[in-house]
Design a protein around this ligand. Structure first.
Ligand SMILES: [Zn+2]
Length: 342
């Protein structure tokens, strides 16, 4: 029953089931796919299946109602160990991994098994990853490790070779819109469809974009950049930095907001690419479409490609420890150089 709460990942579930019916349960998994599409929820239901009191684990179909299933859902099951990058940090610390390995070695409270969910596995530094290798190679009997990351490419080969890799696709738009309605992100089906389109398969992204203040900033930024008279790049960089900082006092929240907006710029420039190629840009937003048409008129396809590419580069840097103000300043400077001289 709890699988019903997971949308859009039938392919991953099928792969998991196939692996299970072909013999014994692998002891380590690496879940990879874009952020915010439900890998963590999937891992939770998997943990329920592994610990359910009523349904044997090979059925991979937890009841969702026994004490064990409820504890997993509430995050209180003593045999489900979770580690994630601390909110104010950029890395999973080696200390966290060492403690996890020690905990895994203790006897399970349920007498059955321990399940470890390692979130933000992308952010394990090499030192932490190496500390983890021995446990990954030979976990305590019965234990199952689930690593959650965005791509297998960011992991060390030594990690990948010890895990069953399960790939997750972005949610289809219709599924995402349904999730947004179910989670009351919005009550308006048209708005849910608009957010689902903008968010490109990510629930987390859609939640961010549902914020009216952010949506207002996004609108103003796109209108300014597409203004036929050009735009004031240094001033926009400052406003973008200030607005990002208003997301909260933690650097991680500020960077998250900056990434949402840079992602929106990248999507806007991709729309311009369609337009310069003579195709109808796939945007549900009439104001975006007007802005795309206005800007694309002045640009060559290779310029637009450069702009979109520059946004991806900035996004990569925001995910690292580089000063946010500097990244945004350099980004706007480069965008201005192309756009204002077109
Ligand atoms: Zn159960």
């Amino acid at each position: 029953m709890p699988w019903h709460s997971i949308r859009g990942h039938d392919k991953a579930l099928d792969a998991l089931r196939r692996g299970l019916t072909q013999g014994r349960l692998p002891h380590a998994f690496l879940f990879v796919g874009p952020e915010g599409i439900g890998k963590r929820s999937f891992a939770n239901v998997f943990a329920q299946a592994l610990l359910c009191d009523r349904v044997p684990e090979t059925a991979l179909d937890p009841c969702g109602a026994c004490p064990s299933c409820l504890q997993v859902a509430e995050g209180t099951h003593p045999d489900v160990l979770r580690v994630a990058r601390p909110e104010d940090k950029h890395e999973l610390a080696i200390k966290q991994i060492r403690e996890l390995c020690l905990d895994l070695g203790l006897k399970p409270a349920s007498g059955r098994r321990k399940v470890a969910i390692i979130d933000d596995a992308d952010d394990m530094n090499d030192e932490a990853a190496n500390a983890f290798l021995k446990t990954l190679e030979e976990p305590p009997p019965g234990s199952v490790l689930i690593l959650i990351g965005t791509s297998a490419e960011t992991q060390l080969d030594t990690i990948i070779s010890r895990c069953r890799v399960l790939r997750f696709d972005p949610l289809p738009e219709a599924d995402l819109a349904q999730v947004l309605l179910e989670q009351s992100v919005t009550e308006d089906p048209a708005e849910a469809a608009r957010l689902a389109h903008l968010a490109e398969g990510s629930v987390a992204r859609a939640r961010g974009l549902a914020d009216a203040t952010l949506d207002g900033f996004r609108r103003a930024m796109i209108d300014e950049i597409s203004d036929p008279r050009g735009f004031d790049a240094p001033a926009l960089a400052v406003r973008l930095a200030t607005f990002s900082k208003e997301a909260g006092k933690e650097s991680i929240d500020q960077r998250e907001r900056a990434r949402l907006l840079i992602g929106e710029l990248a999507r806007f420039f991709r729309g311009c690419l369609w337009q310069t190629a003579g195709a109808e840009p796939p945007t549900p937003d009439p104001a975006d479409l007007r802005a795309i048409q206005t800007l694309a008129e002045r640009l060559e396809p290779e310029d637009v490609f450069l702009l979109a590419d520059r946004c991806l580069e900035a996004d990569y840097h925001v995910g690292r420890k580089i000063n946010l103000g500097l990244i945004l300043d350099a980004l706007m400077h480069d965008l201005g150089k192309v756009i204002n001289h077109a």
